[in-house]
Design a protein around this ligand. Structure first.
Ligand SMILES: [Zn+2]
Ligand SMILES: [Zn+2]
Length: 303
């Protein structure tokens, strides 16, 4: 049962050779502008990674266009309903890689050659019950702070390129285990699981389609994922678990369970923090009292 909303948000990727990324960017920009889509698309010689919002008919037209191309006919689109755009503008760029582990060229991972075993949501849920399994979060710290699988190993990294070093330092936590990796939509796990194999780990699997697909599965319904899934757009977080949901983050002011991510209203700070509705009403949208007094001070001077 899906709700009909005027807009949709698309999330997708595919690793496949693109000979001329600059040309691909130019063509793609023309298509997205014509359809009034907004969001971010990265294009590299290794493939394509995008997230776009637009009117329902425009996103459907976009999907149909992609499916009409030989190279992208089988792209897996994750589609979310939305009431409006979730991005302010459109950005389409050519990059060296669509996902960067920061490895030297000769060590870089081609997921079409080396990647972990793909697990469906149902298979991933079953694998998590294995006492020898270790569930590895493949995202950054500010992402898993909003939500993560129960008992997942969550590396304290602020950037994906910090993973190789983290894994080499924490070999002992992973050695001999059945490693299960997950990320938002699956794109990072393609390389992360490949890297683990390259480092000599032998039993490596990945959640195919990521948390987003896991939350959509009608049977699994996001079971045992606590909190929300962090997304890189104005929504910040999206719900995952309708089976046994739980909030794990807490309000920065009162400490009550809370998953409302806010940006501090003191512009030079701009920190992301959790803030419940009642604290925001009383204290304003500030991460700390010092930020609040900065702004309130300025305002009174202006008056
Ligand atoms: Zn509060
Ligand atoms: Zn602040």
């Amino acid at each position: 049962m899906s709700i009909t909303t005027p807009f949709q948000v698309l999330l997708y990727y595919k690793y496949f050779p693109i000979e001329d990324p600059q040309q691909y960017v130019a063509d793609h920009r023309a298509l997205c502008e014509e359809l009034d889509l907004r969001g971010r698309v990265l294009v590299a010689k290794e493939g394509l990674n995008g997230t776009l919002s637009g009117k329902r008919s425009a996103t459907e037209h976009y999907i149909a266009t992609m499916q009409g191309c030989e190279a992208t006919h089988d792209v897996d689109f994750k589609i979310d309903p939305a009431d409006g755009h979730v991005f302010e503008k459109l950005s389409i760029k050519a990059r060296d890689e669509i996902v960067t582990l920061g490895l030297p060229n000769e060590e870089d991972i081609d997921p079409n050659q080396t990647t972990g075993v793909y697990l469906s949501p149902k298979e991933f849920y079953a694998a998590m019950q294995d006492p020898n399994a270790v569930v590895l979060d493949g995202r950054n710290d500010y992402e898993w702070q909003l939500g993560r699988f129960q008992d997942a190993l969550c590396p304290d990294v602020g950037n994906f390129r910090d993973f190789p070093e983290w894994i080499r330092k924490h070999r002992a936590d992973l050695e001999g285990k059945r490693i299960l990796t997950y990320c938002t939509g699956g794109i990072r796990c393609e390389k992360l699981s490949g890297f683990l194999l390259q480092e000599g780990f032998t039993n490596v699997s990945q959640l195919h389609g990521g948390i987003v697909t896991y939350g959509r599965d009608e049977e699994i319904q996001g079971r045992d994922f606590d909190g929300q899934c962090y997304v890189f757009d104005q929504r910040v977080g999206v719900p995952v678990n309708t089976a046994n949901p739980k909030t794990i983050s807490t309000c920065a002011h009162c400490g009550e369970p809370c998953d409302r991510y806010r940006n501090c209203g003191y512009k030079p700070c701009n920190a992301q923090f959790f803030c419940c509705e009642s604290c925001e009403d009383v204290k304003g949208r500030f991460c700390h009292e010092s930020c609040c007094s900065n702004v309130v001070g300025n305002t009174s001077v202006e008056k």
